[in-house]
Design a protein around this ligand. Structure first.
Ligand SMILES: [Zn+2]
Length: 335
């Protein structure tokens, strides 16, 4: 039995037909975890859909109404990049419910994983980049409303910048001092020294960190509290050094009651929509780093999965399953 809960529903399947987004990955991850003995059926909780009231904690009433009545404009539907349907709306409400449930269990168990969610490109008034509803933001706002947490930190390791997250939690910001850069000894390529940019400013109750490929969607990147703009082709060692640096910098500035880790599988070198060069092993080390840092500071962690478009969908499934294995290794050991 796992020392934490997984949250999953067959309803996470996104009815989008033939698409670069492998909508069946959620079920495959669940099946592989059970078949391999990593998890047992009793480790898995079934979520309820979020209520409209929950969704409205983040999203504008006009947008929610359009989704519920099927009245998005053709342009809005195009921006979403997945075909609108009522079933799709239900899948997104369910994902948000799953993230709320995972966040609650993270507070009681130290960690919980939603085998879904991480729809970080959704904005209050529109969806884009396959993301209709920002499940992570909905979970944070719901737990704040219930007085379960005051503050939260998002750590977004999807290859694409968390533009929706940055916009939702922007608040009023003043530019902070330039952030310290990674010691050059930890970097092994000149390119990374000269091209990676870490920038940041923060105000508000949610601190947002995004590590992403600079030359990739979204073209316009609203400011996160910390953005690490990585150059194309960066590998395991440099990536891990920048992540370590961003986490230490963030946690020096901010003490979150909950850490929401967005564990995208798309920094993988075989990804069709990503241009970084992490290995499967490097991605597991990434997960371990986030979990170790959070555990050492007693910060509860809620995990969501976000993107993953490996040429071979089995690799995406492996990377996501490894996140559970990494959590098991870090959280099973006595502190
Ligand atoms: Zn992505």
């Amino acid at each position: 039995m796992l020392p934490f809960k997984l949250v999953y529903s067959d309803g996470y399947y996104l009815p989008i037909g033939q698409h670069v987004f492998p909508a069946e990955k959620y079920r495959r991850i669940r099946d592989r975890l059970l078949a391999g003995g990593v998890a047992e059926a009793r480790d898995i909780l079934q979520p309820e859909p979020a209520t409209d009231q929950d969704i409205l904690l983040v999203h504008k009433p006009e947008y929610v109404k359009k989704l519920k009545t099927g009245t998005l404009s053709p342009r809005e539907e195009m921006e979403l990049e997945v075909p609108y349907s009522r079933d799709l709306v239900e899948a997104f409400w369910l994902s948000a419910g799953g993230s709320i449930l995972a966040a609650r269990h993270a507070l009681s168990d130290g960690l919980a994983i939603n085998i879904g969610g991480g729809f970080h490109h959704a904005f209050p008034d529109h969806g884009e980049g396959f993301c209709m509803i920002h499940d992570v933001a909905v979970a944070i706002r719901r737990l704040q409303r219930d007085d379960k947490i005051r503050t939260a930190m998002t750590v977004d390791c999807d290859v694409h910048q968390g533009n929706g997250t940055a916009a939702i939690f922007a608040g009023t910001r003043t530019a902070s001092e330039p952030l310290p850069s990674v010691a050059t000894s930890t970097l092994n390529t000149r390119a990374a020294e000269t091209e990676t940019k870490m920038r940041g400013a923060h105000a508000g109750d949610v601190f947002t960190i995004s590590l992403h490929q600079h030359n990739n969607y979204p073209q316009y990147k609203p400011r996160s509290s910390i953005d690490v703009d990585l150059p194309d082709g960066i590998g395991d060692e440099d990536y891990l050094a920048w992540l370590d640096n961003a986490l230490s910098s963030g946690l020096r500035q901010f003490e979150p009651d909950l850490l929401c880790y967005i564990a995208g599988a798309d920094p993988y070198r075989e990804d069709q929509l990503g241009g970084l060069s992490l290995s499967i092993e490097g991605l597991k080390k990434r997960d371990e780093l986030v979990f170790r840092v959070a555990r050492a500071r007693d910060i509860p962690v809620m995990v969501t999965y976000a993107g993953g478009y490996a040429r071979n969908v089995e690799d995406t499934v492996t990377i996501h399953c490894n996140t559970v294995i990494a959590a098991k290794e870090v959280f099973a050991s006595k502190s």
